[in-house]
Design a protein around this ligand. Structure first.
Ligand code: PLP
Length: 372
């Protein structure tokens, strides 16, 4: 493995220092939840090693929502560890895979660290960030081991239709490779979420976590779904070699939190809808930025309009945005895209912070205009 730190992690709000950012539009999750607001009682919890697959009742809850069996759920340390386990279990150096770009950076970086041969399925603003099955198919080779997709998509909030999901599964099945769908934002789909990919085929793997929708990234709890018993054994072996089992504290918090899901989720979705409307209203009322309206998640991928880009010093824009306006967004290079693209996380700040942060974007764009 050739590990390399990624810009998105080096420049993340938590590494920069939350106290340096007043308007934090750089997160991809809903607001972080204080422990005391969860109404959770850890009682007599014994701080032992526990079931290596993960807390049985927690897996049962996840399984019933995902359309798989409890033993087809492997709890992991966030979706991040699930993705790591999949990549390192399935891929050797020089193995070929197809991965969507832009993407959550790790989905690209881990195969790169392994030394894989990567074909990128580059999504385009002009296509509404849509995923084309024919473009995907054209990238497949006889030796392709993995197709790696993310839906709802980070950083654009795009969501493909069930027809595309089923088409990608059919491609993986017919080519004898695996399909990974990173479904970390699934509960934040606007409207009915897609079925979990893993529930539809043993060739498909799903990854999800509690970090984004439930504002619980600090408990580092995610999961991996697979209906392939042989693969599950390999994934469990990987987990046991990396961390044996999850933290029982994290699992108990997750279990008690997920039991309240039916009550919480509508409230969370209402907050997301209000933040989305505020962002959409901002876009409609100005001429500097454009986006493709997201269909899920709490992020959108803005870009400076062509005529504004021509007269803007983009480096100055980011500098002014942070230094003068205390505002952070996810710059394009976090996602291997040009820097006039930027990810706006609208679900994490308060509505007032979001509205001010968006105004600050316009002010910084004005201030970064190059005068002749
Ligand atoms: C698409 C996607 N997958 C996975 C992760 C990792 O999340 P976690 O490990 O906190 O569950 C992220 C975090 O930004 C993400 O955006």
């Amino acid at each position: 493995m050739q590990y390399r730190r990624m810009p998105i992690e080096i420049e993340s709000p938590e590494q920069l220092g939350y106290d340096r950012i007043k308007y934090n539009l750089a997160e991809s999750s809903c607001s972080d939840v204080p422990y005391r607001e969860l109404g959770i009682d850890l009682g007599d919890l014994v701080l032992k090693y526990d079931d290596h697959l993960g807390h049985p009742a927690l897996r049962a809850l996840i399984a019933s929502d995902s359309g798989v069996e409890p033993d087809e759920v492997l709890m992991t340390v966030g979706a991040a560890a699930a993705l790591f386990i999949i990549a390192t279990s399935l891929l050797k150096p020089s193995d070929h895979l197809v991965v969507v770009r832009p993407n959550y950076a790790t989905n690209i970086e881990t195969p790169r660290a392994i030394g894989c041969d990567i074909s990128y399925l580059d999504l385009r603003f002009e296509d509404g960030w849509g995923l084309s099955l024919s473009r995907l198919e054209a990238l497949l080779r006889p030796a392709t081991k993995l197709i790696s997709l993310t839906c709802p998509h980070n950083p654009t909030g795009a969501v493909f239709d069930e027809e595309v999901l089923r088409g990608a599964i059919a491609l993986a099945e017919s080519r004898g490779c695996r399909l990974l769908v990173d479904e970390t934002y699934r509960d934040m789909t606007f409207g009915t979420p897609l079925p979990c990919a893993a529930a539809l085929s043993p060739a498909a793997l799903s990854v999800c976590s509690l970090s984004k929708t439930y504002g619980l990234p600090g408990i580092r709890l995610g999961w991996l779904l697979s209906r392939d018993p042989g693969l599950r054994e390999t994934f469990l072996a990987a987990k046991e070699q990396i961390f044996i089992c999850n933290s029982v504290v994290d699992e108990e918090i997750a279990y008690q939190a997920l039991q309240k899901r039916a009550r919480w989720l509508p409230q969370i979705q209402q907050r997301i809808a209000a933040a989305f409307r505020a962002t959409r209203d901002f876009i409609a009322a100005q001429r500097d930025f454009e986006w493709v309206e997201p269909r899920g998640g709490v992020v959108g991928f803005f870009r400076l309009r062509a005529e504004v880009r021509e007269r803007t010093d983009v480096d100055a824009f980011y500098r002014i945005l942070l230094e003068r306006y205390d505002t952070l967004v996810g710059a394009g290079h976090w996602f291997e895209q040009p820097r006039h693209y930027m990810r706006i996380g609208y679900g994490w700040p308060t509505l007032a912070e979001l509205e001010q942060g968006l105004k600050n974007l316009s002010a910084a764009a004005r201030a970064a205009e190059e005068k002749d």
